[in-house]
Design a protein around this ligand. Structure first.
Ligand SMILES: [Zn+2]
Ligand SMILES: [Zn+2]
Length: 288
């Protein structure tokens, strides 16, 4: 299985600039992909990173896509109007939308994707997209299966702690050395509660990808905003007995040098706890 970070930034795209260089860790908002087997592909979220992902698969002639969404905050769907495969007749895109608690009826991602392309926000309306785009909902705790040839990836979901709700996903499939698993848990302010469905779902995973947007000081001032810190991510990894941690959803105010300092502190803390812990980087590929 191959996991790729197309976008690692939280909240708003952060192009590299002299005050806040972001070239190393990345400035595009959240989009990641999982590939397996002959041609298995799942995309998660459609932040601005999905623009490059779209061109990548367009070049390879791919026509079928599945996009799993974690939630409808704008940094997770603002790249969709620039996802080139959506404009081509003959392509098909299945969109999986989380059914979040205490939300009005209706598919939230369908509603949000339509709304962000409405006049006057964008020149091409959603109905002008030529691909066959279908929507369905994922319930928290629901299990899904996706196959490529004989190889199947099992997907589980659990709610994170985030304003308005958000789903984390666990992917289980065949890795290079046998069964392999990873959990993508962005937009989460973790309570380290072993009874939480997210921690239960993370148990024993080979890799946890986790939201560590804030420094400890920032988190003190932003409690309840729904994001974690690298050390909370590490606590979550240890509590779930996951083997490896990658931190993502970087704060738009954090430059490469600040992120490097935060990452060095995390690496040292991880070594003490026996966990390989680093920060994700845009375009990074992880082979599992
Ligand atoms: Zn976000
Ligand atoms: Zn969010």
């Amino acid at each position: 299985m191959k996991f790729t970070f197309w976008g690692t930034r939280g909240s708003i795209p952060t192009p590299s600039n002299p005050q806040t260089p972001t070239q190393e860790y990345g400035g595009d908002t959240t989009c990641v992909s999982l590939e397996w087997g002959r041609d298995g592909l799942l995309l998660v979220d459609a932040g601005t990173g999905i623009r490059r992902a779209g061109f990548h698969w367009l070049q390879s002639g791919r026509k079928n896509f599945t996009i799993l969404f974690t939630h409808a905050h704008w940094d997770h769907l603002q790249g969709f109007p620039f996802f080139a495969p959506a404009y081509l007749a003959g392509n098909s895109i299945e969109v999986l939308s989380p059914r979040l608690p205490n939300r009005p009826a209706g598919n939230i991602i369908e509603k949000a994707l339509y709304a962000q392309q409405e006049e006057p926000f964008f020149p091409a309306g959603f109905p002008e997209l030529r691909a066959n785009i279908t929507f369905r909902e994922v319930q928290p705790g629901e299990e899904l299966k996706f196959s490529s040839g004989k190889e199947t990836v099992r997907v589980q979901s659990a709610l994170t702690r985030h304003p308005g709700g958000c789903l984390a996903y666990r992917f289980d499939g065949l890795g290079r050395n046998g069964p392999s698993s990873l959990v993508f848990a962005t937009d989460n302010e973790p309570p380290i509660d072993p009874r939480s469905p997210l921690l239960k779902m993370t148990r024993g995973a080979d890799l946890l990808i986790c939201d560590g947007q804030y420094t400890e000081e920032e988190h003190e001032k932003r409690r309840g905003w729904g994001h974690g810190t690298p050390s909370l991510c590490l606590e979550q990894t240890v509590a779930a007995q996951a083997k490896r941690l990658l931190v993502t959803h970087f704060d738009p105010g954090h430059s490469d040098s600040q992120l490097k300092k935060m990452e060095d502190a995390l690496i040292a803390a991880g070594q003490k706890r026996g966990v390989a812990a680093t920060f994700a980087r845009q375009n990074q590929e992880i082979l599992l």
